[in-house]
Design a protein around this ligand. Structure first.
Ligand code: AMP
Length: 120
């Protein structure tokens, strides 16, 4: 499967669709999910074109992978839900069985309340 340049997150990255931004740097963009599943529900996406976690891990540079993980830490600190505060959950849906809807790699960050069961 090749990367779909018309997916909604690609449009957000190109500035064609607005987002409620949390954080941005050279490598990542983080914004609020429009259909929040928990009190805090934020997405973190790489700026380059990767379909899912597998694609990201296969193709991204070591620098991008490190920066992506550091961005998650930065975002949870900004939101005051880091491990030193309330805590949070990260999740990435991959492919059909994983329930991925948007084919641009992203992590969901959930927090601000008890997240509950790991899988429902
Ligand atoms: P996934 O099922 O892991 O691909 O999740 C895609 C997520 O993107 C869902 O939680 C949607 O609510 C969210 N989403 C879809 N469109 C937008 C948008 N324009 N801005 C922010 N989040 C969005």
């Amino acid at each position: 499967m090749s990367y779909d340049k018309n997916n909604i997150f690609a449009k957000i990255l190109r500035g064609e669709i607005p987002c409620k931004k949390v954080y941005e740097n050279e490598y990542v963009l983080s914004f609020y999910d429009t259909n929040p599943k928990k009190k805090i529900h934020v997405l973190v996406i790489p700026k380059n074109e990767y379909i899912d976690l597998d694609d990201f891990t296969n193709k991204a540079s070591d620098k991008e992978i490190v920066e992506f993980n550091k961005a998650i830490l930065h975002v949870v600190k900004m939101l005051k839900i880091s491990s030193h505060e309330r805590g949070y959950r990260v999740l990435s849906n991959i492919g059909k069985d994983g329930g991925q809807e948007v084919p641009h790699f992203h992590y969901h960050i959930f927090g601000g309340e008890q997240i509950g069961k790991m899988v429902v």
